[in-house]
Design a protein around this ligand. Structure first.
Ligand code: HEC
Length: 278
């Protein structure tokens, strides 16, 4: 029902919103759920966060994410909380999907301006050497000063140069290879962790982000890297090779070593047939 409506209203909504007040929120949304999305842009707000890339507290200005989704998709996105995720794509090939339940439970802002200084950029201190990156048109930030859960997850769900968004059913749309039959629990957990921590930059058989190298085709990375070395690399890539554009895995996560081992276990148990050309 919702799906059918979504399809019917998609074209209509796109053309209406293009005529109306596109431009206030600089992201292309696909898949409006109803025609009667509120037409006034959501209120502008400020929020102070601990920035996971620059690693200091920064104040940003922009639109609350929940209100942006109400505005762009219609309020019924809220009912899809348990089953759907928001897929976001960036100019540089980075992509990330965040469950709607996380968006409903935590506070996020579609930032379009930094309050503390002119220019909408930041210093990425998680790569070696540090690198200044442009954030526009939009940067998604999360309240993580009071919210410890979000703080522990580091940069999960902080896309910058964010340009495109759509809703998708969890588990559909991004058919990341599932671990081989008979895989252990560690590999199964690794599958989930890979989606959160790695897929935004790396693809497996062509599925995933394009910032870092493909890790499964034509050879799976566990075929030419020792597993123990891979775990070390994930925890501290710059200890192997510099310059290095890969950030260490979630530096503040208390279980980061376990996550790294699970991810490597998963990488070693991807079925051969998923080795599609990227
Ligand atoms: C922000 C983007 C980003 C994230 C997140 C990321 N990587 Fe990387 N990764 C890169 C880049 C860029 C390189 C290339 C680094 C270089 O050699 O300078 C890389 C390189 C690698 C390599 C080395 C490949 C080779 O043979 O040289 C492996 C293995 C790897 N990443 C695995 C992972 C895993 C597993 C995760 C998740 C735990 C992850 N990466 C998260 C960007 C990322």
């Amino acid at each position: 029902m919702v799906r059918l409506k979504a399809r019917i209203s998609l074209l209509l909504f796109c053309s209406l919103s293009a005529l109306a007040k596109e431009g206030a929120i600089p992201i292309r949304f696909e898949g409006a759920l109803q025609e009667s999305a509120p037409d006034s842009a959501p209120d502008f707000r400020r929020i102070r966060v601990f920035d996971p890339y620059e690693r200091v507290e920064i104040e940003f200005e922009g639109y609350p994410l929940q209100a942006v989704l109400d505005h762009k998709l219609g309020a019924s996105w809220r009912k899809l909380g348990p089953t759907h995720e928001l897929k976001m794509k960036c100019q540089d090939g980075y992509q990330v999907s965040v469950p709607l339940s996380r968006i409903l439970e935590h506070e996020a802002l579609v930032a379009i301006r930094r309050v503390d200084k002119p220019g909408f950029d930041l210093l990425k201190k998680d790569v070696t050497p540090e690198k200044r990156v442009e954030l526009s048109p939009a940067y998604l930030v999360w309240e993580n000063i009071r919210d410890r859960t979000i703080r522990a997850e580091g940069d999960f769900g902080w896309p910058f140069q964010w340009v495109e968004a759509s809703l998708q059913k969890i588990g559909e749309g991004d058919p990341l290879p599932i671990p081989r039959n008979g895989s252990n629990r560690s590999a199964l957990r690794g599958y989930t962790h890979f989606k959160i921590h790695c897929m935004k930059c790396h693809s497996l058989g062509g599925i995933g982000g394009k910032v870092g190298p493909e890790l499964h085709y034509p050879k799976n990375v566990t075929g030419y890297w020792q597993k123990a070395r891979l775990v070390e690399w994930i925890l501290n890539p710059a200890s192997f090779r510099i310059p290095n554009g890969m950030p260490p895995l979630a530096p503040e996560h208390p279980e980061r070593k376990k996550i790294a081992r699970d991810v490597v276990e998963y990488l070693g148990r991807i079925p051969e047939k998923n080795g599609g050309r990227p």
